[in-house]
Design a protein around this ligand. Structure first.
Ligand code: ATP
Length: 299
């Protein structure tokens, strides 16, 4: 599957608190169909970045574009930052009705029931006050609320935080359901490397407010090959690889990460050189997530 439609692009985002540069020229690109995982240790700036993207915070510089526009009105965003907020003395269903008021639409009961089934939340629970919910139930209710009006982009800040292993699994399955069955692009944060291995199709590693690495992860047996070419040739490599039907990401105009089964690499490289494009290097990308993370973090 080609992932070429950009849903979200952050360029040179800056956020300061006093003298502290919490985000320091952050660039990320989320494409349609991605499960993009923002990885980073505590305090790296993940929540701050997601808060700017969702409009909760203002940046001190740089840009956020949705589907090529700076207007957030062109895109429907669902999700939650930190802990999802609810009216605790109201029932789950009442809370969902309230989100309907914001969208000026009555939530469709059938859609609520089917989402509850898909996310393993017993619909009967919706009749109870949210104050009676466990952390896992609150998170699932937040996901039902986020998916109710078909977002283009689901933004989830540490969705598995505070859950037991079973709850973490259920949230992971819910995220996969939203991506695969509902076709929703997802941007989520975590400090758990296991999340990258289990669900992410692309990762961005954030450390001390900088993106130290952004790359696609291998899928369906495809392995990563980083091709370096001359200035101005990156886009040409990109269009050749795209035409061959493989996933890729281009950075800095000269570096293209291609994701294809190893036996396809010679054909890709031949096609590039047949088009008189200079090929400086072609190096396999590490495919072990720990190795990727610690190497990128300089640890
Ligand atoms: P965690 O995984 O612990 O949630 P994070 O990667 O989400 O961390 P942020 O919450 O974005 O990191 O915080 C990044 C930095 O910004 C931290 O050093 C934090 O102390 C600082 N920070 C965040 N919010 C504020 C604020 N309102 N005022 C001052 N500093 C803040």
């Amino acid at each position: 599957m080609l992932n070429t439609d950009t849903v979200l692009e952050c360029r040179s985002l800056i956020k300061r608190y006093g003298k502290q540069n919490v985000l320091n020229k952050v660039d990320i690109t989320v494409n349609r169909g991605d499960i993009y995982l923002l990885l980073g240790p505590n305090g790296a700036g993940k929540t701050t970045l997601l808060s700017i993207i969702t409009g909760i915070l203002k940046s001190d510089g740089g840009s956020v574009h949705f589907k090529g526009s700076s207007l957030k009105s062109g895109i429907r965003i669902g999700g939650f930052i930190e802990n999802p907020a609810f009216y605790n003395d109201k029932t789950g269903y009442d809370n969902l009705k309230m989100i309907g008021w914001i969208h000026r639409k009555r939530p469709d009961i059938k859609r609520i029931d089917s989402l509850c089934c898909s996310l393993a939340l017993d619909p009967a629970v919706l009749k109870k006050k949210v104050s009676k919910y466990s952390t896992g139930m609150r998170k699932k209710l937040a996901l039902v609320r986020a998916l109710l009006f078909d977002p283009d982009l689901l933004v989830l800040d540490e969705p598995a935080n505070g859950l037991d292993p079973e709850g973490i699994n259920e949230i992971r399955e819910a995220v996969q359901y939203a991506n695969r069955q509902e076709g929703i692009t997802i941007l989520l944060s975590s400090h758990l490397l296991i999340e990258a291995r289990k669900i992410a199709t692309k990762i961005g590693i954030l450390r001390e407010g900088r993106v130290v690495l952004e790359r696609l992860l291998d899928e369906n047996g495809a392995k990563g090959l980083r091709i370096k070419t001359g200035q101005g040739y990156g886009v040409k490599v990109k269009s050749i690889v795209q035409a061959m039907g493989f996933n890729l990401s281009l950075s800095g105009g000269t570096e293209v990460d291609v994701f294809a089964p190893e036996d396809k690499w010679p054909g890709i490289l031949k096609k590039i050189s047949d088009n008189n494009i200079p090929l400086y290097t072609a190096v396999p990308l590490a495919d072990d997530i720990e190795q990727i993370y610690f190497k990128a973090s300089g640890l």
